[in-house]
Ligand binder design. Structure first.
Ligand code: FE2
Ligand code: FE2
Length: 167
């Protein structure tokens, strides 16, 4: 069904539109990258920024793992990629936890921060170049929107603490 790409609609922001899961995931990636830039520049706001990154990264990753990766594995036949992605989520979260336990300045912190950021950027790159294109190929535009709604709902639950914290 040779429909290409996403339909970008620039409507009213208050108007609730059905966002495509690939768009939603990609938006989060850009937000994370902005937070990383701030983290590297603004040393005073680091504790607050690390909290923000942790909340967003956790919610984003749980929503991907539970609502998106299963479809990537089954419908797109990318089971290995989905498993690998989940491992990378856990590695990144471990790095971030260690970072949050450290005094947020000095050489050691800078090095660990860079390692963490590089790891997440690498993971984002893999999602955007392999996983998400494979998903887009495998399912209909309508399904991508349904997945968008499911992703957004799961992400919101995590962000608002309506489900159990990460175990
Ligand atoms: Fe992602
Ligand atoms: Fe991910």
């Amino acid at each position: 069904m040779g429909k290409e790409g996403v339909t970008h609609r620039h409507g009213n922001e208050e108007e609730e539109r059905m966002a495509d899961v690939v768009e939603l995931i990609t938006q989060d990636h850009r937000t994370l990258e902005e937070l990383f830039d701030e983290l590297q520049k603004d040393t005073e706001r680091r504790p607050e920024l690390l909290d923000k990154v942790a909340a967003l990264l956790t919610a984003h990753s749980r929503a991907e793992e539970e609502r998106v990766y299963p479809v990537v594995a089954k419908d797109a036949g990318e089971r290995d990629e989905a498993e690998h992605g989940t491992e990378e989520h856990h590695e990144a979260e471990d790095m971030l936890e260690r970072l949050r336990a450290m005094p947020p300045e000095g050489r050691e912190f800078e090095e660990r921060l860079k390692e963490f950021i590089d790891a997440v950027k690498h993971h984002v790159e893999e999602e955007e170049s392999d996983i998400l294109p494979a998903l887009r190929e495998a399912v209909s535009a309508e399904r991508l929107q349904e997945l968008g709604a499911a992703f957004a709902e799961r992400r919101r639950e995590e962000l608002t603490g309506t489900t159990a914290a990460r175990r």
